[in-house]
Design a protein around this ligand. Structure first.
Ligand SMILES: NC(=O)c1ccc[n+]([C@@H]2O[C@H](COP(=O)([O-])OP(=O)(O)OC[C@H]3O[C@@H](n4cnc5c(N)ncnc54)[C@H](O)[C@@H]3O)[C@@H](O)[C@H]2O)c1
Length: 300
């Protein structure tokens, strides 16, 4: 394998950590191709519950880009699911973490430090709200449900970012997962929309804080995908249908598409991108689609 200097314009103003190359090129007959934009990076993926989790789509894309990954799980039931998934991509770092508990967050990051000594990226793909608050009237949201949703779905990103930043060098990257309900009133999304609005604002403030240290912080706003968390949102099937009809591509996005966009944002290909909410929603958010249109044919 041959390392090549990148053209100066590519890397304008960004000084990478000396231990990494922006990209590795592997010579072949047609002049070279990219291998692993996250090669040699060590990253945490928080929020895998099962193979349908968006976090698992991100993990697969990051694994494809040759990074070394660590995972958390919430509770013994999910441990049994997360372990085999992690093993399938040769990861042996799988530790318990409930982000509602500061002591557990401290313990988790102490394990990361002991294991790797440093961290290159972190993906926060975690949200929780009481099921009852994700249907019916928003005005009925209780104080306790509001606190819970905001704590687990928004504050936890700040709590993890603070610990992660201590282990990061310039070039580090953080990413969280949002939804359109942050900026529009989406039926039944209710208090989770408020939590996502806080999460998106937190993304900007974290980017502001960590920018001078060369650490980037971004969010992906994904279109609806059928997952465990999504099943808690009232009438989620209708939301999926409406989203497919209204999307410019006339379909919903996949876990793989979110994963690929995440790998880009975590890599140095996005070295000039921070504080952004990047939509991966087949164009639904720009509002140009036709909610009355037929969904795209399978495979389109
Ligand atoms: N599925 C969608 O349509 C969709 C769309 C946009 C954004 N998102 C966001 O993507 C993220 C991932 O959700 P998903 O759809 O993959 O569902 P998921 O159920 O697979 O993932 C949610 C994860 O949050 C974890 N979690 C909940 N409470 C926790 C706690 N106290 N401590 C640690 N972990 C905790 C769960 O264990 C689970 O792994 C969430 O932030 C969600 O809001 C989902």
């Amino acid at each position: 394998m041959m390392q090549r200097e990148l053209p100066p314009t590519f890397n304008s103003g960004y000084v990478p950590d000396e231990r990494r190359n922006i990209v590795d090129w592997d010579e072949n007959e047609s002049g070279g191709w990219l291998v692993g934009v996250l090669q040699g990076r060590k990253g945490l993926i928080l929020g895998v519950a099962n193979e349908k989790s968006i976090a698992w789509g991100v993990a697969r894309a990051c694994h494809h880009e040759v990074s070394e990954l660590g995972f958390n799980y919430l509770g013994e039931a999910l441990k049994k699911r997360v372990h085999p998934l992690a093993e399938s991509i040769h990861s042996s770092f799988v530790e318990p973490l409930d982000v509602g508990d500061d002591a557990q967050i401290d313990d988790f990051f102490a394990k990361v430090e002991a294991r790797w000594g440093r961290l290159d990226f972190i993906v926060h793909s975690i949200a929780f709200a009481d099921r009852e608050s994700l249907k019916g009237n928003f005005r009925d949201t209780s104080r306790a449900d509001f606190h819970l949703a905001l704590d687990i779905s928004a504050y936890s990103f700040i709590a993890c970012a603070r610990r992660a930043a201590r282990l990061m060098a310039p070039g580090g990257a953080m990413l969280t997962m949002s939804f359109l309900g942050a900026v529009r009133a989406v039926p039944n999304y209710n208090v989770m929309g408020v939590a996502k609005a806080a999460l998106e604002a937190a993304t900007r403030y974290l980017a502001h804080d960590l920018g001078p240290e060369g650490i980037r912080v971004n969010a992906i706003s994904s279109g609806p995908i059928r997952t465990l968390a999504a099943s808690g949102v009232g009438d989620f099937r209708k939301l999926m249908e409406k989203s497919a009809r209204g999307a410019l591509l006339r379909r919903n996005v996949t876990q793989e598409e979110v994963g690929n966009a995440a790998a880009y944002l975590l890599s140095d290909w996005a070295s000039g991108v921070t504080g952004e909410v990047h939509y991966v929603d087949a164009g639904f958010n720009i509002g140009g689609g036709d909610p009355g249109a037929e969904p795209a044919a399978p495979g389109a």
